[in-house]
Design a protein around this ligand. Structure first.
Ligand SMILES: Cc1cc2nc3c(=O)[nH]c(=O)nc-3n(C[C@H](O)[C@H](O)[C@H](O)COP(=O)(O)OP(=O)(O)OC[C@H]3O[C@@H](n4cnc5c(N)ncnc54)[C@H](O)[C@@H]3O)c2cc1C
Length: 493
């Protein structure tokens, strides 16, 4: 039996996931996407034989994708394959130390001891705690709406909160880490996980210590064909389940009447629908699609997450010292975050992240060459990114890599593209180019993210990185699950 029809605005990972779930549940689903292809922040750039994933590069929690295929009764192997990566990241420090973060915790702990003198027991204990808190607290907070009484009536939630130590909420992640780890390198590595959702480890709470569980315990993975293959697989699955797509089709507004959704406007034409899911940044949804300036400005009361400045470099040389994921840390991490969140400026000694998928699949670059995705954290907002600043940031990166790798890279850069926060905003309508919607810098950020539904407009739902439970592929997919469950519950009443 076909349920009623749903209009989904946007085909980012959240929009695609919700479309698949609702189609499987019997809804007629139509997705409207302003760009010419699905994926939103997950994009692809091909240049002179180099292939680049333009957005996300780190793949964790493939279970979210497996779940969709299992629900759809489709064999995932016919659409998508991936393999585990044994080193989640290679970390480089200005003092010359290099650490391989093995995903086997005993190997990682031993490596930390050998290179930095950190206690291996401290590392293993940290990771065990990370798992415990993820299982107890994360699983409830990330999988359910925090804005429904049914979640709070869930008997597990109060014991979970009670068992969580005081410092998970009242210490910053940095303070939390300094209490548990002795060496500056270990603290910096575990502080870095705040950037998973675009936050500042010197402000965000110790609760973010549950994030390393994803990378260091559950593991990191590489999808065959790169990150874009996630989108290609979900798009194919959506088509198979009967979802209709309109690309190059910008939704102009969402229609409401008497506190309920009535449809959307596309190319000046009204399309009736009692159910609308917006996968577009919630600020943009309020301001432009609902013309609701008050709700939009309420969204802005929460600090935006950080953004990024990215260089896609085709490098005419191979570098055996690098792995799939590489981080060259700033010498002064606190100053870097002060620049990002307080002064809203680029820092002269930025932490540089380099992703090279040709390490996993040589065909991602021409023979003997490598495809470098080079990213530094940037403050959200486009106005500071003049050509001069972009060039200066580029020089700072090259100088840092020369210092730390002993190579002048400039002669090896044979293709180059740049993406700024303004470019991210233009491509996806994410306000100020924030990668993850709002930051988690406040203690109560988890509770303050926008709900997955509108409390004033019946039939209007929100999925994606700007709403609960947050940004990043796994959380966007969880938001889609929450939305589809909320819709099914509301239909059964
Ligand atoms: C450079 C970068 C690096 C990242 N690294 C990682 C990483 O390593 N791992 C990770 O898990 N996450 C990472 N992220 C975050 C992750 O990409 C996002 O959280 C996630 O992809 C957001 O998905 P979304 O569902 O919110 O939709 P989005 O990707 O924001 O897509 C929204 C879609 O809506 C469409 N749209 C907007 N307005 C309209 C309209 N009016 N009508 C129709 N369509 C419209 C847009 O075109 C877009 O396709 C990164 C992001 C970036 C940019």
């Amino acid at each position: 039996m076909q349920q009623s029809s749903v209009s989904v605005i946007g085909s980012g990972i959240g929009g695609l996931s919700v479309a698949i779930r609702l189609a499987i549940s019997g809804f007629g689903v139509t997705v409207y996407e302003k760009n010419d292809r699905p994926g939103g922040k997950l994009g692809i750039l091909e240049q002179q034989g180099y292939r680049f994933d333009t957005g996300p590069s780190l793949f964790t929690q493939p279970a979210n994708i497996e779940e969709l295929f299992a629900l759809a009764g489709e064999p995932i192997e016919a659409y998508f394959s991936y393999r585990p990566v044994d080193i989640s990241c290679r970390y480089f420090f200005e003092n010359g130390k290099t650490i391989n973060a093995f995903t086997k915790s005993s190997d990682f702990a031993r490596q930390m001891q050998e290179v930095t003198g950190e206690s291996p027991e401290a590392i293993e204990q940290y990771l065990r705690n990370s798992e415990k808190v993820y299982d107890r607290v994360g699983n409830i907070f990330l999988n359910y709406s925090l804005h429904k009484s049914s979640t709070w009536l869930n008997k597990r939630i109060f014991p979970a909160l009670k068992q969580t130590g005081f410092d998970y909420i009242f210490s910053t992640l940095d303070q939390f880490n300094k209490l548990r780890l002795r060496t500056p390198e270990a603290v910096q590595i575990f502080n870095r996980f705040a950037t998973y959702n675009g936050s500042n480890p010197y402000q965000a709470p110790g609760m973010l210590s549950l994030i390393p569980h994803l990378e260091q315990n559950q593991g990191t993975f590489y999808p065959k064909g790169g990150m874009i293959s996630i989108i290609d697989a979900l798009y194919k699955l959506a088509i198979k389940k009967g979802v209709r797509f309109h690309f190059g089709t910008k939704v102009e507004s969402i229609l409401t009447e008497n506190g309920a959704v009535k449809g959307i406007v596309v190319n000046g034409e009204k399309i009736s629908s009692n159910l609308v899911v917006s996968n577009v940044d919630v600020y943009y949804t309020y301001l432009h699609l609902l013309q609701d300036k008050i709700s939009a400005s309420n969204v802005l009361k929460r600090e935006r997450s950080s953004s990024a400045l990215i260089f896609y470099w085709g490098i005419a040389k191979e570098f055996p010292s690098l792995h799939l994921h590489n981080i060259f840390f700033s010498k002064d991490y606190p100053a870097e975050f002060r620049h990002l969140f307080e002064y809203k400026k680029m820092f002269s000694d930025p932490t540089v992240y380099i992703n090279i998928t040709s390490k996993m699949e040589p065909e991602q670059a021409p023979p003997g060459k490598e495809n470098w995705f080079v990213m530094v954290n940037a403050p959200a907002g486009s106005e500071i990114f003049t050509n001069e600043l972009i060039q200066q940031s580029r020089l700072n990166i090259l100088a840092k890599l020369k210092r730390m790798m002993g190579v002048d890279l400039e002669p090896f850069i044979e293709t180059e593209e740049t993406l700024t926060p303004g470019g991210i905003e233009a491509q996806t309508d994410s306000y100020m180019g924030s990668l993850y919607g709002t930051s988690s810098n406040s203690k109560w950020a988890a509770f303050l993210r926008h709900p997955n539904f509108s409390s004033r407009i019946r039939g209007l739902y929100f999925t994606g990185g700007s709403v609960h439970p947050g940004g990043g592929i796994p959380l966007c997919m969880k938001s889609a699950k929450i939305v589809s469950e909320l819709i099914l519950v509301s239909r059964s009443k």
